[in-house]
Ligand binder design. Structure first.
Ligand SMILES: Cc1cc2nc3c(=O)[nH]c(=O)nc-3n(C[C@H](O)[C@H](O)[C@H](O)COP(=O)(O)OP(=O)(O)OC[C@H]3O[C@@H](n4cnc5c(N)ncnc54)[C@H](O)[C@@H]3O)c2cc1C
Length: 396
């Protein structure tokens, strides 16, 4: 068996793994970045990259931006739609095949040893001063630090005994190509449609030569309901269902409260740690944020300044994890009866401005709940709990 010895092995070259690899290689550490897929590879995703992602990245992502979004067309089912403008950039659109390959290239340029088509089949528990990772091609990677960035269905969490997440939501997405260019009615805006799925929504996101159409909802939605909702969405916006290609389903992980995502020499990043925003389904920001947060702690660990990576989890507990927990509570409230919230998004200027600030990352969910004062904050969790019960009853 061929063997490679390195300081850090990262399993998965999605946004979380590649940005961690970039940061660590830039700091001069030996990094092996493994992905089972041959790159460039696609990943079921709407490809919406928010302004806050761009803000935290140490380089520009302009080369892989395909549309700049400045408005949202919001509707409930097939009722009349309202187009809201954001007055500035609301979010960017990319294709994951391009975005992820771009990030992996950046990691490689920084000095990481990126090995695609290299599926990890086994992780041997700590031996001596590190981990031994086996791949399908018969290579053994020996590393002092192991980062699991292998997504919602990855094996790292399970092999290392973490219990970080379970399937929180399911989604279906596909593409419609326009050889003569994306029609004007889809350009520069996101289409958001509510009401066809429990705890979810439908979307249409524009790219340079196609649109991405998708639906996502609670995991009880199941394949049949997702397909029916996608059909409805296509019908409402004048898209022939047969013209949707590359249809893929996937689940979005939901973090288990209080679960550990780091131990002495190992940590989970991004989806592998269940770090998705439950209300919006946005996961790229948390993937990038976690990859960037872990890097300085790994440096300290390898320099024997700390004896575990728990500082990484503590860093995320300052903001990202409370944000995800608040988002989950808001999601339960919003989706119990979305109509008044959607109406406010459509018609109440201040509510829409608040939503823009949240999406752009100019404010946080915690800022939002703080606006309702102490009483509002203390009612949040009971209201979410009530919402959860009502939604479960409705589903049954
Ligand atoms: C339908 C859908 C739409 C979405 N839309 C958006 C959106 O518009 N905006 C947004 O911000 N988020 C969106 N998300 C969420 C987002 O896609 C994820 O949160 C994000 O991809 C997480 O990044 P990651 O790096 O943690 O994992 P991933 O991007 O999933 O990367 C994991 C990588 O690990 C590799 N891997 C897995 N197992 C192994 C193994 N055994 N060995 C080697 N490699 C392995 C995989 O090949 C993959 O490349 C969406 C999700 C879904 C399902």
């Amino acid at each position: 068996m061929a063997a490679i010895t390195t300081e850090v092995a990262i399993i998965g070259a999605g946004p979380s793994g590649s940005i961690a690899a970039y940061q660590l290689a830039t700091a001069g550490l030996g990094v092996v970045l493994l992905d089972r897929a041959k790159f460039p590879r696609d990943k079921p995703c709407g490809g919406g990259v928010t302004v806050r992602c761009e803000r935290i990245l140490p380089f520009s992502i302009d080369p892989v931006i395909e549309d700049v979004i400045t408005g949202a067309d919001i509707r409930i089912r097939n009722e009349s739609s309202v187009l809201q403008s954001s007055g500035s950039v609301l979010t960017y659109m990319t294709q994951r095949s391009r975005f992820d390959a771009f990030l992996a290239d950046k990691a490689q340029e920084a000095g990481a040893n990126f090995r695609d088509s290299e599926q990890v089949t086994d992780i041997l528990s700590r031996s001596g001063d590190g981990f031994r990772v086996h791949t399908r091609s018969g290579t053994e990677i020996r590393a002092q630090v192991l980062l699991g960035a292998d997504g919602a269905n990855g094996i790292t969490g399970n092999r290392l005994g973490f219990d970080s997440h379970s399937a929180g939501a399911v989604a279906l997405e596909g593409n419609v190509y326009f050889p003569d260019g994306v029609p004007r009615e889809f350009e520069h805006k996101v289409i958001l449609n509510f009401g066809y799925l429990t705890q979810g929504y439908g979307w249409i996101f524009p790219k340079s030569d196609h649109i991405n159409i998708g639906v996502g909802g609670s995991r009880s939605s199941g394949g049949k309901r997702l397909k029916a909702a996608m059909n409805k969405l296509a019908e409402i916006y004048g898209i022939a269902y047969d013209s949707i290609t590359e249809i893929k389903g996937h689940h979005l992980p939901m973090r288990h409260h209080d679960s550990a995502i780091s131990i002495d020499g190992a940590a989970l990043l991004g989806d592998a740690a269940g770090l998705v925003d439950p209300l919006s389904g946005e996961g790229i920001f948390a993937a990038l944020r976690s990859g960037m947060a872990v890097a300085p702690i790994v440096e300290q660990y390898l320099a024997s300044e700390v004896d575990s990576l728990t500082g990484y989890q503590l860093e995320l507990q300052k903001e990202l994890i409370p944000e995800i927990e608040t988002s989950e509570a808001l999601m339960q409230i919003f989706h119990t009866y979305p109509r008044p919230f959607v109406w406010m998004l459509q018609h109440v200027g201040l509510f829409w401005i608040g939503a823009i600030e949240l999406i752009r990352g100019d404010s946080t969910y915690l800022d939002l709940t703080n606006k309702f004062g102490k009483l509002g904050r203390s009612l949040l969790m009971p209201a979410a709990w009530l919402g959860k019960i009502i939604s479960a009853r409705r589903r049954n």
